[in-house]
Design a protein around this ligand. Structure first.
Ligand code: SF4
Length: 207
């Protein structure tokens, strides 16, 4: 155990006593805040790791690219667990709350499989199948794009005036992505939106 000075753990004591704590820079910050993470580390180490074939991977959620170890049961074709990879030079075994919950991307009994729909003017939500919602979104996108597609638009001509230029876009549709969209999904989503001529594309999980 590291020694305390006047009841407070010093930065030097902490570094001496917690060589096994992942993320030294994080540990230094915690000490600076007067927080001793060792009880939490001890509790985490006491949790038995699931046994299986360990496959190094990368968190799918954002451009930080934290390292993960995916523990699998090849015979059953199942993922058993997903943890941070201590060998990753990017994240040194740590994952943010979203990355730490990656397992639930493949296995989550609480995942909603129906959508909530509130019709125009209605004061109540109805449950609808996901396939119904997908068809409805496709219909609305088609209607909106057909009604508000710009083939040409007045643009600056570089001489102080304007000139009609081919733009092939629509300002009537916007796309806002969510935190659970992974990198591959975002890539395909961008391709789809740009092929439709959508220019307002954003993802709230950008880091
Ligand atoms: S979502 Fe979190 S764990 Fe995943 S790469 Fe980004 S910061 Fe790392």
């Amino acid at each position: 155990m590291a020694e305390r000075t006047g009841g407070k753990l010093t930065r030097r004591d902490f570094l001496k006593g917690t060589a096994g704590v992942a993320g030294t820079a994080v540990a230094v910050e915690l000490v600076a805040l007067g927080i001793d993470p060792r009880p939490v580390e001890a509790k985490a180490l006491a949790v038995p790791l699931k046994k299986g074939k360990e496959v190094p991977s990368i968190c799918p959620y954002c451009a930080v690219g934290c390292g993960q170890i995916v523990t699998v049961d090849p015979a059953a074709g199942k993922i058993l667990d997903i943890q941070g990879n201590p060998d990753s030079p990017i994240s040194e075994g740590t994952l943010c709350p979203k990355g730490a919950a990656t397992y639930q991307l493949v296995d989550n009994p609480h995942r909603w499989t129906k959508v909530k729909y509130r019709a125009p003017g209605s004061d109540r939500w109805e449950e609808k199948p996901l396939s119904w919602a997908m068809d409805r979104i496709a219909e609305r996108v088609k209607e909106t794009r057909d009604a508000a597609f710009n083939e040409f638009q007045d643009m600056p001509d570089g001489k102080g005036g304007t000139a009609k230029k081919r733009v092939m876009n629509t300002y009537a549709i916007a796309s806002l992505g969510g935190a659970t969209m992974d990198n591959e999904w975002n890539y395909i989503h961008q391709k789809l939106m740009h092929s439709l001529g959508v220019v307002f594309v954003e993802n709230q999980a950008r880091i």
